[in-house]
Design a protein around this ligand. Structure first.
Ligand code: NDP
Ligand code: HSE
Length: 437
């Protein structure tokens, strides 16, 4: 059978890895796909930089040469960012080409429009590499768990921030040094604030939630908080209490809607996911039939991400002659079956909390604090008062709460911060048990 022709947009960390893996494993990939997957052209900005890697592959600096090339069957978008990536993808679809992308920003922001266009044109748009790098989590959610009503999922889905948290904890490394290392290793986004401030994780969570619950992409409704405000003290106190702090993306089916949130989270250290370190990712998915399932692997990097891109290429190659109505739907649910279940505002979320505050070590202070919590219907699970440092009158007080409403915690924090004996702001980190329930 004649080869299927692929055009690459981008030959950077992921594009370079994709070309390398396709070439190295060409024979096995052909045996799996049923025909050769041949890259026939690639677009880059800097021809000199890409020449050695391309090894004779025709290059262009105009990406529209690739999407408009009538010889190309599949366009692989690996340039990142919103524009011109969106325009290129839409034009590829309009030209009747299938699209493979690793661009979570693009999918989270414009996925609804892109999938509608692809549906109308009868082409596939696949995005396995957009979430959790090499872990086939899209495939697992869309196909492997298709019998289940998904109850919740929680993931470490940003390798850069997990790498930073791990290095800070294990080596006491400084935040900025570890970030530079993540950039050198090709993990970080072009704008690393996306990694540190939880935005990249929120893009990925948006995509996962759409597939898990059969809802449209709603990135703008996701609550997003990053790791830049975390202190070494909080990391240490959490450990002393038997927890690890991870940047988690959480999507949960609640009574009145869906929780969609990214924030630093205390997790009991005995959970497997609490021990996922470095740039590794893991996603815990709870289905009503299967129970909890855990997916672990490299969440970023050249060849791990290429592994997901090539898997999509094989899928598209196998299915591209199938009747479009009988292919796996882009978002797991049939396009006319998407639900309008609301995304809950953060104040309506229910979870447990770690609260740290600095207070004068005086009689009655703890009583005031616990009274405020009780008045806000917040039940305390544990409380620790640290020894004051030499010559200091203020002490750190750490409280763990049982599960409660975020709105009540906001109100209680405002009252605690207003107490004369309390200095500065209360540090609040959410806590999730992530047990089988
Ligand atoms: P890189 O910056 O390493 O590579 C980008 C490539 O796109 C380069 O070859 C660049 O060319 C080319 N490019 C950029 N803009 C244009 C343009 N307008 N026209 C033609 N070529 C262009 O990015 P990554 O490979 O790291 O990331 C690619 C995508 O994959 C992003 O969406 C990213 O979020 C996603 N991703 C990345 C992962 C990773 O570990 N790095 C993991 C999972 C997903 P030149 O070098 O000449 O400028
Ligand atoms: N910047 C992303 C991360 C790349 O660190 O996880 C993988 O999507």
């Amino acid at each position: 059978m004649k080869p299927i022709h692929v055009g690459l947009l981008g030959l950077g960390t992921v594009g370079g890895g994709t070309l390398t893996v396709l070439r190295r494993n060409a024979e096995e990939i052909t045996r799996r796909a049923g025909r050769e997957i041949r890259v026939v052209r690639a677009a880059v900005r800097n021809l000199d930089k890409a020449e050695a890697l391309a090894g004779g592959l025709p290059l262009t600096t105009n990406p529209f040469d690739v999407v408009d090339d009538p010889e190309i069957d599949i366009v692989v978008e690996l340039i990142g960012g919103l524009e011109p990536a969106r325009e290129l993808v839409m034009q590829a679809i309009a030209n009747g080409k299938h699209v493979v992308t690793a661009n979570k920003h693009l999918v989270a922001k414009y996925g609804n429009e892109i999938f509608a266009a692809a549906q109308a044109k009868g082409v596939m748009v696949t995005f396995e590499a957009a979430v959790a790098g090499g872990i086939p989590i899209i495939k697992a959610l869309r196909e492997g768990l298709t019998a289940n009503r998904i109850e919740w999922l929680a993931g470490i889905i940003n390798g850069t921030s997990n790498f930073i948290l791990s290095e800070m904890r294990d080596k006491g490394a400084a935040f900025d040094d570890v970030l530079k290392e993540a950039q050198r290793l090709g993990y970080a986004e072009a704008d690393p604030t996306f990694d540190i401030e939880g935005i990249d994780a929120a893009h990925k969570l948006t995509i996962l939630s759409a597939i898990a619950f059969g809802i449209p992409m709603q990135f703008e409704r996701a609550y997003t908080e990053g790791i830049s405000q975390l202190t070494r003290e909080d990391v240490r106190y959490a450990e002393e209490l038997g927890y690890r702090i991870k940047l988690l993306g959480i999507a949960r089916r609640a009574e009145n809607g869906i929780e969609l949130r990214v924030h630093p989270t205390l997790i009991p250290e005995r959970r497997l996911i609490a021990n996922v370190d470095g740039a590794m990712n893991a996603v815990l998915v709870k289905g009503d039939a299967v129970g909890p399932t855990l997916y672990y692997g490299a969440g970023a990097g050249s060849e791990p991400t290429a592994s997901a891109v090539v898997a999509d290429l094989v899928d598209v190659t196998r299915l591209h002659t199938a009747d479009p109505h009988h292919r796996v739907p882009h978002l797991a649910f049939q396009p006319d079956q998407l639900a309008d279940t609301p995304i809950l505002p953060m104040e309506a979320v229910r979870t447990a909390y770690y609260l740290r505050l600095r207070a004068f070590d005086r009689p009655g202070v703890l009583a005031d604090i616990t009274r405020i919590l009780a008045d806000s219907s917040i039940s305390i699970d544990a409380m620790v008062q640290k020894e004051p440092a030499e010559g200091e009158e203020q002490v750190d007080i750490i409280l763990l709460t049982h599960v409660t409403l975020e709105k009540n915690v906001n109100a209680a924090i405002a009252k605690i911060e207003a107490l004369d004996a309390v200095a500065g702001k209360v540090m609040r980190i959410r806590l999730e048990d992530l047990g089988a329930k």
